[in-house]
Unconditional design. Structure first.
Length: 363
């Protein structure tokens, strides 16, 4: 694929500044700068800190990606950027940079959906995704089951979390256990020394009663409360809190629900391909549980470094859009902090406004 289009991908929706270059389905460079150490001091992502960190690290991250790929900006055929969902101020840094590059280079611009990009990144690892596919998307902000008829055109939600996202539950439980932010990787590490069967934590929305209305939905806030109560009662009794056991039992409950519902979505639809993406897809227990319980399916999970936020996912989706001849975004796409999962390419907001949970920002 040496003559396939070269796509520059830019990701700034949360606390990772990602810039990557993809040619066809080949990842040439994936540079990521993270403000997570700065965020860890606050125990969560502070939007203003994230926006400033993107501004400060963007140029160097772009240079690093171009160097690694051995290409120059003039070689780029198309620019793709996360337009939403995410933190509006953080998104705007990437979108502004991408719009400027697209105008300066006179190349098409694709403002893309972060969630579809988490799915599309797998094409860099396992080749084109057989469609239709079911996708389990598990990140810090989202937990959804999706039907992917065409990752560049037609993605529809089958179920989603009613409260906390899976990653958010990991981060909150880590905090209860005194582990640093972001909690997912720390719980994953600590849980290796624990017994997952030591505590039977609840599996949200999995009873027969939930089957009618919430067959493919998730709920993690009850699990988080159960963990919190368990820890408090141990402390009240003067017992030592077995951090590794609590982490392992909590992780087991999350992985069990995610795998159960993903298998259910595949069985219900008769679809045999399951793509798993988003930061929580890096979880080692979720990965082994899928190997054990979903061996009858074509399960596609990218390596952990491509599960957490990065520019490669955006470039991968951009390259698929170019390949399938989709029309680029019009100028003035802006940022859309609550971009719906079914909207894969950004359309300009009416009246040139940026839609966002943090308020409407005039464009
Ligand atoms: O996809 P992502 O990088 O950012 C969002 O789009 O939200 O996901 C970040 C989330 C965080 O909540 C983090 O704790 C979680 O992914 N995470 C993990 C692991 N690595 C990252 N959760 C469980 N196990 C992991 N190994
Ligand atoms: Zn993400």
């Amino acid at each position: 694929m040496t003559d396939a289009p070269l796509v520059l991908g830019i990701e700034t929706s949360c606390d990772e500044t990602g810039v990557a270059l993809v040619r066809g389905r080949t990842l040439l460079a994936d540079a990521v700068a993270s403000s997570v150490d700065e965020q860890a001091r606050f125990g969560g992502v502070v939007p203003e800190v994230a926006s400033r960190a993107h501004l400060e690290s963007f140029d160097a991250t772009l240079d690093r990606a171009l160097d690694e790929a051995g290409v120059s900006l003039a070689d780029v055929d198309a620019v793709a950027v996360t337009s939403g969902p995410g933190l509006v101020g953080a998104l705007l840094v990437g979108v502004s940079a991408a719009e400027a590059l697209s105008v300066a280079l006179d190349r098409p611009l694709y403002g893309v959906n972060h969630l579809a990009a988490h799915v599309a990144v797998d094409r860099l690892v396992h080749g084109d995704i057989p469609e239709p596919a079911i996708a389990l998307l598990v990140s810090g902000g989202h937990t959804s089951l999706l039907r992917v008829n065409d990752v560049t055109l037609d993605v529809s939600p089958l179920g989603a979390t009613l409260d906390d996202a899976a990653g958010e539950a990991f981060d909150k439980v880590a905090r209860l256990l005194g582990l640093p932010f972001p909690g997912g990787p720390h719980i994953d590490r600590v849980a290796r020394g624990g017994d997952p069967a030591s505590i039977d934590f609840p599996r949200g929305l999995t009873t027969a009663r939930d089957d009618d209305e919430h067959r493919l939905d998730f709920s993690f806030s009850g699990l988080k409360t159960a963990v919190s109560r368990w820890i408090r009662s141990a402390q009240d009794d003067g017992r030592h809190v077995p951090v590794a056991d609590v982490a392992a039992a909590f992780q087991e409950a999350v992985a069990d629900v995610l795998v159960t519902k993903a298998l259910r979505a595949c069985a219900d639809s008769g679809i045999g391909t399951l793509v798993v993406g988003g930061g929580v897809a890096a979880n080692s227990r979720l990965r082994t549980m899928l190997e054990d319980r979903a061996a009858h399916l074509d399960v596609r999970i990218p390596p952990p470094s491509l599960c957490t936020d990065n520019g490669a996912m955006v470039a991968a989706l951009g390259a698929a859009l170019v390949e399938r001849g989709r029309a680029p975004s019009s100028p003035g796409i802006g940022a859309d902090s609550s971009m719906p999962v079914g909207e894969i390419i950004a359309t300009p907001a009416r009246g040139g406004l940026h839609r966002g949970a943090a308020g409407i920002v005039e464009g």
